[in-house]
Design a protein around this ligand. Sequence first.
Ligand SMILES: Nc1ncnc2c1ncn2[C@@H]1O[C@H](COP(=O)(O)OP(=O)(O)OP(=O)(O)O)[C@@H](O)[C@H]1O
Ligand SMILES: [Mg+2]
Length: 254
Amino acid sequence: MENSMPVIEVRDLDLSYGDVTIMSGLNFKVQKGDIFIVMGPSGCGKSTLLKVMIGLKDPEKGKVLYGGESFWDQDFPGQQAMMRRFGVLYQGGALWSSLTLEENVALPLQIYANLSAEQIREVVRVKLALVGLAGYANFYPAQISGGMRKRAGLARAIALDPDIIFFDEPSAGLDPVSARMLDDLILQLRDALGATIVVVTHELASIFAVGNSAIFLDPESRTMIASGSPKDLLANSSDPRVIQFLTRGEKQGA
Ligand SMILES: Nc1ncnc2c1ncn2[C@@H]1O[C@H](COP(=O)(O)OP(=O)(O)OP(=O)(O)O)[C@@H](O)[C@H]1O
Ligand SMILES: [Mg+2]
């Protein structure tokens, strides 16, 4: 259904810190079920864009629409209601080190869901199993590997059954095998939860493994210089900056 309303639409968005413009003129749409990649070199503004999309930083200009409703034009309760539909996996995983995995995943349920302790335990059990951590409920973050911590962070991000899941550099700091497991998990979750997924990353393997749609942010011109599926961009882009990024410079000057 090509005319269906996009889950997310970004319109004429400018991002800045104080007087410094980081990015301007961002325009893109994310459709239901997409795994949408925000790519570009380090420091170009990927995390800043994510912060503006999830409501942690206001834009200099422009709109972020969810189901056609402008996030930054809502009042605070309206924004809160929209944010409840988001699950976010931050770069560090950001688990509470003094809480077990079960307690970490239970936290958003205790705050936001109207469930009994018994029901919360059951939801936590299901979410930990979904990310391959059945049997680790009573472990503390320090007792498991980095890849497992990322997956536990993901279990917490999906605790409230979000419609949209945002990832900031999910595979940063992981060995290639753990990174691949996380990519597989992202694909499985999209299918199992019917969620729409936005991934900020500069990991080429992840970009090609999971992304069906993408934008490329260019730090020099401070805007997006390409959009489309990563495979199509690699095959068809005539922009040397995009090709250089997608080939890690191996086709430099092509
Ligand atoms: N709180 C801040 N105040 C001022 N400038 C900032 C702030 N956070 C980031 N910046 C600047 O904004 C630019 C974009 O940063 P951002 O973290 O969004 O980039 P990124 O693409 O996520 O980089 P990386 O790939 O390294 O994570 C950088 O030049 C950075 O120095
Ligand atoms: Mg970043």
